[in-house]
Design a protein around this ligand. Structure first.
Ligand code: 13P
Length: 253
């Protein structure tokens, strides 16, 4: 059975005090929620608050991920954070390839290949983000774009490494815009993605990969999106910053 996952990408939000407050509220909201087997809840605060987050969520159902990581082991890379630094503060998962990293920080497929390799070598699970721009969808190139993003950054991996990859399909036009993909659009793309993994690896492996949808998931649309057979959860931006909204989305999984 593949895992169902609701992950909150906090992006560049929340000071230390706000992080503590939101975690406290989330713990309260989620206390009475009985998660089904193989269901996970993850939050991704900013780097400086990761240690606090891992401490505050110990022995709870909330896991902590980082939002990014540098590809090198260590060295003269002023301002960067290594995989080993993340694991040393109790982080087990890292988000890589977010469209904001690709757009504002020029992260390419080639760079992401290196980051994915480094993360896996350091036993970090990866939430790998990808998705097409609006013009790709309008010109009906969205399948091609997604296929090349996956091929370029992931298909060099061995089957056993794929087990540590969570996919997050985030159409760029749906991120932070309030314009979510319809449940059918999400399902269509997720089925296509699973098909790619089936042909590159095996149907058996493809059936075990969790594919999350991200882009304007809110309490009022989560249930419909999550009801689709190839949608295994969501990567949530804005709505993950409010305990009540994020918990409502968790309850929808
Ligand atoms: P929103 O939920 O704010 O659209 O953001 C989605 C996202 O980018 C999650 O990584």
């Amino acid at each position: 059975m593949r895992q169902k996952i609701v992950a909150g990408n906090w992006k560049m939000n929340n000071t230390l005090d706000e992080t503590k407050k939101l975690i406290k509220e989330l713990k309260k909201e989620l206390k009475s929620v009985k998660l089904k087997k193989d269901t996970r809840v993850i939050i991704a605060p900013t780097f400086v608050n990761l240690l606090t987050a891992t401490k505050k969520t110990k022995k709870t159902k909330i896991e902590v991920a980082a939002q990014n990581m540098h590809q090198a082991k260590n060295g003269a890379y002023t301002g960067e954070i290594s995989a080993e630094m993340l694991t040393s503060v109790g982080v087990k998962t890292v988000i890589l390839g977010h469209s904001e990293r690709r757009t504002y920080f020029n992260e390419t497929d080639k760079l992401l290949t290196e980051k994915v390799n480094t993360a896996l070598e350091n036993n970090l699970e990866v939430i790998f983000c990808f998705g097409e721009q609006l013009e790709d969808r309008n010109s009906e190139n969205h399948f091609k774009v997604v296929e090349s993003q996956l091929k370029n950054a992931l298909f060099h991996l061995k089957s056993e490494d794929i087990k540590n990859i969570i996919l997050a399909y985030e159409p760029v036009w749906a991120i932070g815009t309030g314009q979510t993909a319809s449940a059918d659009q999400a399902q269509e793309m997720h089925a296509f993605i699973r098909g790619l993994f089936a042909s590159e690896y095996s149907q058996e492996l493809a059936d075990t990969i969790s594919i999350l949808y991200g882009g304007s998931v809110k309490p009022n649309n989560a249930e419909e999106i999550f009801s689709k057979p190839d949608v295994d959860g969501g990567l949530i931006g804005g709505a993950s910053l409010k305990a009540k909204d994020f918990s409502a989305i968790v309850k929808a999984i």
